[in-house]
Write a protein that binds this ligand. Structure first.
Ligand code: SF4
Length: 383
């Protein structure tokens, strides 16, 4: 389906503009009544809001709550984050994925400490200059924590606005995306100038838009229009097929990939390797693994890499996980053996069970490490 022209968009915004004040008022009334009680909503500390927003870009609210609580407990200030050992920052992020985000949080914290004396910058333009902070995160910190009339446009808000205006075309494409940003700006500006809506209006309006996308105007086939405070003005609801919007391009095909992964155990220690340099997930520890073809024999690959005879390995159940468009199958093999090659120094480490729990690992390797932990009174669940 083609994208509607600029005139049509402007016409719709113009029509809705008469109702913008009503929409803002209804959104905020609805939010005040139904907002979830989330821990980061109890604070106006921009540092705390920043951490929550970056974590929420990774995963669902319920998953973020324990991560955020633990993070704020261990690293309650910008200085704590800036001065923390990088390994402990990665450990706190472990399991959330996209680990460059955790590294950028620390880089930005160091910059705030060095350039701004540890005081969080108070405007979106300065926030945007910090590592890892893009327009969405800058807008979220400035509006939610600092109550400034800065717009936000994440996936939830994009879906709500696209549906209210029944906009055809890919909302991530440049022109349409720019228009959505400008409408988001009008909405928060309207909240900012409408004094009768009470305190912290920009903060509440942007959170209301996000909340509506998360709880009512949900992705897929079932937006709950009957419960929606914007149902009266929503063009998509009026069309009868609100789920048709937004018109996102179809997802890229999933590509299978295979890894041969070794659990090498010797005298109650496990061989791990540190990812470093420019590798993805650098700073994380993992069990030795190499990418293989679907039909390759894992014992042969691991045997030649680690200098252990192919018949020394025991097969364990495969482990499957997804990373972006890849479905990765780890073919796991166990051996109780010292490798003949020298794997005792540098990026290699024979970890005790306690170290295995403490070192940062990516989600897939953490899952594997948990299999090695015995349940109370039992042996490890290795098969
Ligand atoms: S009326 Fe329905 S489609 Fe429109 S914004 Fe509300 S929930 Fe979404």
């Amino acid at each position: 389906m083609g994208q509607q022209g600029g005139d049509e968009f402007e016409g719709r915004v113009q029509t809705l503009e008469d109702q913008t004040a009503l929409a803002v008022e209804r959104l905020m009334t609805w939010f005040d009544r139904t907002a979830r009680d989330l821990p980061w909503r109890k604070t106006q500390d921009p540092y705390a809001v920043w951490i929550s927003e970056v974590m929420l870009q990774q995963t669902q609210v319920q998953t973020v709550i324990p991560y955020w609580t633990r993070w704020m407990d261990r690293l309650p200030t910008i200085r704590d984050l800036a001065e923390a050992p990088p390994e402990s920052v990665l450990k706190l992020w472990e399991g959330l994925g996209y680990y460059s985000r955790a590294r950028n949080l620390q880089r930005a914290a160091r910059e705030i400490l060095e350039r701004y004396g540890g005081v969080f910058p108070g405007d979106a333009a300065t926030l945007l200059s910090l590592p890892g902070i893009g327009p969405y995160t800058a807008g979220a910190i400035a509006s939610i924590a600092l109550d400034q009339p800065e717009p936000i446009l994440d996936g939830n808000v994009m879906r709500v606005l696209t549906r209210v205006l029944a906009l055809e075309g890919d909302p991530r494409a440049k022109t349409l995306n720019g228009r959505l940003w400008s409408w988001a700006a009008r909405l928060v500006q309207t909240a900012h100038t409408t004094e009768k809506l009470g305190r912290r209006r920009c903060s509440r309006l942007n959170q209301a838009l996000m909340e509506l996308g998360a709880m009512v105007c949900t992705p897929g086939a079932r937006p709950d229009c009957a419960r929606c405070p914007l149902s009266e003005i929503c063009e998509a609801r009026r069309s009868g097929t609100p789920e048709r919007f937004p018109e996102l391009p179809s997802r890229v095909a999933i590509t299978p990939r295979y890894h041969a992964t070794a659990i090498l155990k010797h005298q109650e220690r496990y061989l791990l390797r540190l990812r470093e340099g420019t590798e993805v997930n650098r700073g994380f520890w993992e069990f030795p693994n190499w990418e293989i073809e679907a039909g390759d024999n894992p014992e042969t690959v691991l045997g030649s890499r680690l200098g252990i005879a192919p018949n020394a390995w025991t097969a364990l159940p495969d482990l499957r996980h997804h990373i972006t468009r890849y479905r990765i199958t780890q073919r796991i093999r166990l051996a109780d053996h010292l490798p003949s090659s020298d794997l005792t120094a540098g990026t290699w480490h024979w970890a005790t069970p306690a170290e295995l729990r403490a070192l940062p690992m990516t989600a897939a390797h953490r899952k594997l490490a948990r299999r090695l932990e015995p349940e109370p009174g039992k042996s490890p669940q290795l098969s």
